[in-house]
Design a protein around this ligand. Structure first.
Ligand code: ZN
Length: 278
């Protein structure tokens, strides 16, 4: 599943090819993604200019100035298996290439075998884009200045859930997916089954430090180990992070040599060192 770093890398990858460009037309071959693509979107985006790109959680946002004067935001979510890439206009679509945004010289193509992704529209006349129903419940960004130890301590006081599960919920911070949750808890020396409300102030400070640092380093490496990740240049390939615990069951801990433990929490695999994480 593309996690926040892959989405940010996708944004950085497509930005030079879409910002300031005019969409000649949008082609929808399969409207039935997680939510059905509104047919009106095709009309809206005809000759719309993309002003800039942004990201909120795992949503990509393309700010559009439409030919009919409407200003809106095209929201794209990659779901479980979605990817965007830039291809030449004469490249025929392949299976699962559901949507194209065609520019004068190239095409932005959305590919999604499992179709859990989304292509949505927010008309800016309806208010701030971050107030869109799919975005307004999201936790704050890990790179937000407000994301500090005091914030984490405060928001976790009422959360009895295990910290690993609570991190994955995205309710108080976005972007910590399954891989990064295991990794960050190892870096902080926190047991994944510890109730969030039992975190000490010192542990909260460690989380506030390691979460953005880990995600930033993943973005810098160009993404994670995602099998479905397709580079926005059209090259398949993924970037191997050196994980400390993730997917390392029974292998020795990099710090203390204790075999890494694998457990399942809320149907998701968790990896940790029982010695280093108390
Ligand atoms: Zn260890």
């Amino acid at each position: 599943m593309p996690e926040l770093p892959e989405v940010e890398v996708t944004r950085m990858g497509i930005a030079p090819h879409v910002e300031g460009r005019t969409i000649e037309r949008m082609v929808v071959r399969q409207p039935q993604l997680r939510w059905r693509i509104e047919p009106a979107l095709i009309k809206h985006l005809k000759n719309a200019q993309i002003m800039q790109t942004a990201r909120r959680g795992k949503y990509l946002a393309l700010f559009c100035a439409c030919a009919d004067g409407v200003r809106g935001v095209l929201l794209i979510h990659l779901g479980m298996s979605g990817s965007l890439r830039v291809v030449q206009n004469n490249i025929a679509p392949q299976k699962h290439d559901h949507v194209d945004w065609v520019f004068a010289t190239h095409t932005l193509r959305y590919h999604d075998p499992r179709r859990f992704g989304a292509v949505l529209w927010h008309d800016l006349a309806d208010g701030d884009w971050q107030a869109h129903p799919r975005l307004r419940g999201l936790g704050i960004e890990p790179f937000d200045a407000r994301f500090d130890g005091a914030y984490i301590y405060q928001v976790t006081r009422s959360i009895k859930q295990a910290i690993k599960v609570s991190l994955l919920s995205g309710k108080w911070v976005v972007g910590v997916g399954n891989i990064y949750a295991s990794e960050v808890l190892f870096l902080c020396g926190i047991h994944p089954e510890k109730p969030a409300c039992a975190l000490t102030r010192a542990e909260c400070r460690k989380l506030a430090q390691h979460i953005p640092a880990l995600l930033k380093s993943a973005i810098e490496r160009g993404g994670s180990t995602l099998k479905d990740f397709v580079n926005s240049d059209g090259n398949t390939g993924y970037f191997q992070m050196n994980f400390n615990v993730y997917d390392r069951a029974d292998q020795p801990c990099v710090r203390c040599k204790t075999p890494i433990t694998r457990i399942v929490q809320a149907q998701r695999a968790t990896y940790f060192c029982a010695q280093c994480q108390k």
